[in-house]
Design a protein around this ligand. Structure first.
Ligand SMILES: [Zn+2]
Length: 324
């Protein structure tokens, strides 16, 4: 709750954030189901946040959590509905988003209705796993340090167009490709429920994980956050309106996205200025370009420290237009 209290102080958010914050706090191993609005639920505690859209057509998940949490995820999903799992959409390839793919997809079944996406899957078993072509390529043909993923985890319904459309559980769903912290994240918009699943474009628990090997950059991250702002509509004079499920952390609305976008934009501008003045990476780190936000997002240990973020952001800016 500490970080949220600071958010309230810094950005002047209203008390309603505390209601949304309940999804952020989960004891180790325990999952929390948070009804968001419309057909959409948020499942917290299985790695990345999982979006559950459920109705008479079945279940669609956005991200699948870690492999270790799959049994608990399945139990939680089926406490919402007994209908079958039809789709998993992966917003990026990280293990805490896709690790649950094999076990969870195996319990599902292909869409019973005929649509273009099912043509290549005649006779296939299990749920569809949808992801951008770039995400698929990194999972199936990893380079550098990216871990290999088992074939059962691979997306089997990929798209390379700017967006893929579904109509499921009585609502249009747009799956939009957006370069951000990788070169092919997906944003999922539930148009009737008025909920957006942002994946790691929005990560309330840390600075954005800019994955240089996967083609991510801080410039693309700013553009992606701008797109989230474009897609969301605030409720007038109150919190609410379009709700945004982040990759990690509590449920958000547009005001939260704006605060995060401002943070990333200001840090980007500081870094650009420092690069223009010829500062080295070490000098930039010493100048603490993130200092104002370190109480909220900064980390000195763990998988994504402040130093790692500054380094990735610096490199993504200084390598721009310079192919080395
Ligand atoms: Zn993540």
């Amino acid at each position: 709750m500490k970080a949220i209290a600071i958010t309230l102080a810094v950005f002047g958010a209203l008390g309603a954030s505390l209601v949304y914050a309940q999804g952020n706090q989960s004891a180790a191993g325990a999952l929390h189901i948070l009804p968001v609005q419309g057909n959409v639920y948020m499942l917290v505690g299985a790695g990345a946040n999982i979006t559950v859209q459920a109705g008479d057509d079945g279940i669609l998940l956005v991200d699948a959590g870690t492999a270790a949490m799959s049994d608990k995820v399945l139990a939680a999903i089926h406490s919402i509905t007994d209908h079958p799992l039809i789709y998993i959409v992966n917003t990026d390839e990280a293990e805490d988003h896709t690790g649950g793919n094999p076990k969870i997809a195996a319990t599902g079944k292909p869409a019973p209705f005929n649509n273009l996406t099912s043509l290549g899957r005649a006779g296939a078993e299990g749920a569809f796993i949808i992801a951008s072509q770039g995400t698929f390529e990194r999972m199936s043909a990893p380079t550098g340090k990216t871990a290999a993923t088992p074939v059962e985890a691979w997306p089997n319904d990929t798209f390379s167009t700017p967006q893929k459309k579904l109509y499921f559980n009585g609502e249009p769903i747009l799956i939009m490709q957006q370069a951000a912290n990788t070169d092919g994240n997906s944003i999922v918009l539930f148009r009737k429920s008025d909920v957006v699943s942002a994946g790691d474009i929005l990560d309330l628990t840390e600075y954005p994980i800019i994955d240089l090997k996967a083609g991510g950059s801080i410039e693309a991250e700013v553009e992606a956050l701008n797109r989230l702002i474009d897609l969301t509509v605030p409720k007038s004079h109150a919190e609410g309106g379009t709700m945004v499920i982040p990759g990690h952390g509590r449920l958000c609305d547009q005001g939260d996205v704006v605060a995060y976008q401002e943070m990333v934009t200001i840090i980007r501008d500081r870094l650009k200025d420092m690069i223009k003045r010829g500062m080295t990476l070490e000098q930039v780190k010493a100048a603490k370009p993130t200092e104002d936000w370190d109480p909220l997002y900064g980390k000195t240990t763990g998988r994504w420290t402040t130093d790692m973020f500054v380094e990735a952001a610096y490199k993504s800016l200084s390598l721009k237009g310079d192919k080395n």
